[in-house]
Design a protein around this ligand. Structure first.
Ligand code: ZN
Length: 259
């Protein structure tokens, strides 16, 4: 059965995800509550009960609401073992799982360093909660990790089944696709997806979740082994590049890219 997940918008472009229990859809686990107020508002307006918190990494726009939510209600909190985050979470690393037995929810944990050094992701029920590691048609900036780490982290996601739903934490898809098309101008799937996303944004709809099949088709950071992306990176660098260097060049190119 497909997991029911609903977005809560926060700040300018964050999505805080509510995962509904398959056993009781009114009980939810919140992922990366950077701000308590919109979460509380969503809970009360939709008649939902907060039953747990999952944290992917330590940035303020992902953890800023944890203490306030816990002040209202004591619920289990899970977070990365290698980062300091509020709420005294149960520490998780790759191979561990975050389980909410009474909710019928269980996620396995992936270590995905790159954006931050201790970033983790949660995978389960055909869904991926990837924090700021993977965005639709893009990936997180390298604040604490190396290109090599980030490329290895994204490779873990690329191995997930095609239909895995990808719950990204930001609405960055339009600008990411403009960059993706600068890297691969001939990618017709990206061009069509850009039109689709423009239409969605014009209707004030989210472009996420995405899925792994689509990301393999449009996301240049998952396509560094393809000739099109390799040639674009080598053209920019002016020399031959290995796959990690291709990733590093593309990531740096994106950092300075203004669509
Ligand atoms: Zn972040």
């Amino acid at each position: 059965m497909k997991l029911q997940v609903t977005p809560v918008q926060a700040f300018t472009d964050n999505y805080i995800w509510l995962i509904h229990s398959p056993l009781d859809p009114r009980s939810v686990v919140v992922v990366d509550p950077g701000d308590a107020a919109p979460v509380q508002q969503a809970l009360s307006s939709q008649g939902l009960t907060l039953s747990g918190i999952l944290i992917t990494h330590h940035h303020g726009d992902h953890v800023g609401g944890v203490v306030e939510l816990l002040r209202q209600q004591s619920v289990p909190v899970f977070g990365p073992a290698h980062e300091q985050v509020p709420g005294n979470p149960q520490p998780l690393r790759e191979g561990d799982s975050a389980e909410f037995q009474s909710l019928g929810l269980r996620f396995s944990v992936l270590d995905v360093p790159g954006h931050t050094a201790g970033h983790i992701a949660y995978s389960g029920h055909g869904s991926l909660f990837c924090g700021d590691t993977l965005f639709s048609a893009g990936c997180g900036r390298l604040f604490e990790g190396t290109a090599e780490q980030m490329a290895a982290s994204l490779a873990k996601f690329a191995d997930l089944p095609d239909e895995t739903q990808v719950y990204c934490a930001h609405e960055y898809t339009l600008s990411n696709l403009q960059f993706a098309l600068a890297v691969e101008p001939g990618n017709e799937i990206s061009a069509a997806y850009l039109e689709e996303c423009r239409a969605r944004r014009a209707r004030h709809q989210a472009t996420v979740p995405s899925d792994i099949r689509r990301e393999r088709n449009v996301n240049p950071f998952l396509r560094c082994d393809l000739d099109t992306v390799k040639q674009a990176a080598e053209g920019r660098a002016g020399r031959a590049l290995n796959p990690v260097e291709v990733f590093a060049v593309i990531r740096e190119w994106k950092d300075g890219f203004r669509g």
